[in-house]
Write a protein that binds this ligand. Structure first.
Ligand SMILES: NC(=O)c1ccc[n+]([C@@H]2O[C@H](COP(=O)([O-])OP(=O)(O)OC[C@H]3O[C@@H](n4cnc5c(N)ncnc54)[C@H](OP(=O)(O)O)[C@@H]3O)[C@@H](O)[C@H]2O)c1
Length: 295
């Protein structure tokens, strides 16, 4: 098997690299030399190249697959970072390109369900950048006849990615009656989805969420209970308007129910953590915060 390039090898990329390395060559691309050195020390071959700068990306000569996990820049309407990456691939012809997008592109549906065919109203600038990136990557693959999978990923959680600081800081949660559905995915299930997207003859957009739609507040309460922290204080929506930053409030209020039928049926992924209670417990165990005997 040819090399799989992981462009943007951070939280998700490292766990994906660990899964792929026993069965195929992998090269990770990160922005900083420090990240590349840390990956190399952990046994993951890595190269540093800042996609925001003019430097070229060294492309493995036997490139067979790409998983692109770097986010777009924080400003602007497009994703020049991705553009530079694709330009640097030049004549390389990977068999498949998997692009990690977000379910944020569906905007706020007021809690209504969304599947891959649902409209993507480009409300926020960050969603417009994501949609521009999705368009760019599918056009690039389309022009070359390459398989392209766009994963629209919900909130990623897992070991060392739990809202423990928020809970310890005593931030309130909005009453479940005042909040809409939430959507998440455990990082190891996301990794399994990336592997399936590389291996299976599937293309197009696939939503990545665990199918559990409890609200953000209910998820925080779950994490607090399992981590042995005090339950967060519940406030009404009106109270939250005074207590939370406008950014956090907008994030909490944007709601949709992300459907994952394609992930289960077309990609054939069996979610290990369809129940977030199991996912949070396993995350806390990996962090050494609860014992393996904890139920
Ligand atoms: N967090 C969520 O809940 C969530 C939800 C949906 C989708 N997503 C998206 O899923 C993807 C993976 O998420 P993640 O949390 O695993 O990402 P992450 O931990 O933030 O890692 C991002 C990686 O991209 C690299 N990168 C960033 N800017 C770069 C640049 N200019 N040039 C080269 N490399 C660059 C970083 O390199 P350095 O380490 O050197 O900085 C890092 O390795 C991202 O696109 C993210 O936006 C995240």
């Amino acid at each position: 098997m040819g090399t799989c390039l992981l462009a943007g090898c951070g939280y998700t990329g490292v766990r994906l690299a660990r899964r792929l390395i026993p069965r195929r060559p992998v090269v990770a691309l990160v922005r900083s030399a420090a990240s590349a050195a840390a990956l190399a020390a952990a046994g993951i071959p890595a190269r540093a190249a800042d996609l925001d700068g003019p430097g070229a990306v060294e492309v493995p000569p036997d490139l067979a697959a790409v998983v692109y996990l770097a986010p777009p820049p924080a400003t602007g309407e497009a994703d020049p970072r991705l553009r530079r990456f694709l330009d640097s691939l030049a004549e390389a012809r990977p068999e498949v390109l998997v692009y990690l997008s977000t379910t944020g592109v569906y905007g706020d549906t007021g809690g209504r369900p969304v599947d891959e065919a649902s409209p993507t109203p480009p409300a926020e600038a960050s969603s417009r950048r994501r949609l521009a990136a999705e368009g760019l990557v599918s056009a690039w693959c389309g022009a070359r006849g390459l398989r392209c999978v766009i994963l629209r990923v919900a909130g990623i959680y897992g070991p060392h990615r739990l809202p423990l600081e928020r809970l310890r800081a005593g931030e309130p949660v909005v009453n479940p009656e005042g909040s809409g559905p939430g959507n998440r995915i455990h990082v190891d299930d996301l990794v399994a989805v990336c592997e399936a997207a590389l291996d299976r003859a599937v293309s197009g957009v696939v939503n990545v969420a665990d199918g559990d739609h409890r609200s953000i507040g209910a998820f925080l309460e779950l994490v607090a209970r399992l981590a042995g922290l005090p339950a967060p204080r519940r406030v009404t929506l009106e109270e939250a308007r005074h207590e939370l930053s406008p950014g956090m409030l907008a994030f909490l209020l944007a709601s949709r129910e992300v459907l994952n039928r394609r992930l289960v049926e077309d990609l054939g992924v069996r979610l290990r953590y369809a129940d977030p209670e199991a996912g949070v417990r396993e995350s806390l165990r990996e962090m050494g915060l609860i014992s393996s005997a904890a139920r």
